[in-house]
Design a protein around this ligand. Structure first.
Ligand code: HEM
Length: 107
């Protein structure tokens, strides 16, 4: 079954809008990556103040291939000289295997 990679972003309150705008203008590299299955940007409402970047992939290789290539282009806001300061103050990568899943029945 698929794997899930979640990037957990700590975002200062005053940077939330900046972060969401950047995702609004994101590069869209994931959609074109082999093995990509799903993406969601999750805004915290209750229980945490961290944003989650949820991604689901066919397998680990597909995720690694995206990380090594297209992801770098999709993260121009990050480090490096002359680039914008990142909106997030910190990040952590969580990895999961999907063990069970369900979708609504087709009627
Ligand atoms: C160093 C840690 C990271 C930070 C601070 C960060 C932050 C961001 C930000 C602000 C954007 C919006 C586009 C931009 O400003 O360039 C973005 C795009 C994105 N990030 Fe990250 N990110 C990091 C690493 C990761 C990792 C490890 C993943 C894997 C789950 C990930 C998944 C994504 C995805 C799927 C997009 C949209 C790219 C696209 O549509 O092509 N990010 N990230």
């Amino acid at each position: 079954m698929s794997i899930v990679k979640i990037n957990v972003l700590s975002v200062p309150a005053e940077q939330r809008e900046v972060l969401e705008q950047r995702f609004g203008a994101r590069a869209g590299t994931v959609e074109n990556s082999d093995g990509f299955e799903w993406f969601e940007l999750l805004r915290p409402v209750e229980g945490t103040d961290q944003y989650l970047v949820y991604t689901r992939w066919r397998d680990e290789e597909s995720f690694q291939a995206w990380m090594e290539g297209p992801m770098k282009a999709a993260h121009q806001g990050g480090d490096g000289e002359g680039r914008q300061r990142p909106a997030a103050a910190g990040s952590t990568l969580w990895s999961f295997e999907v063990v069970q899943q369900a979708a609504p029945k087709q009627s």
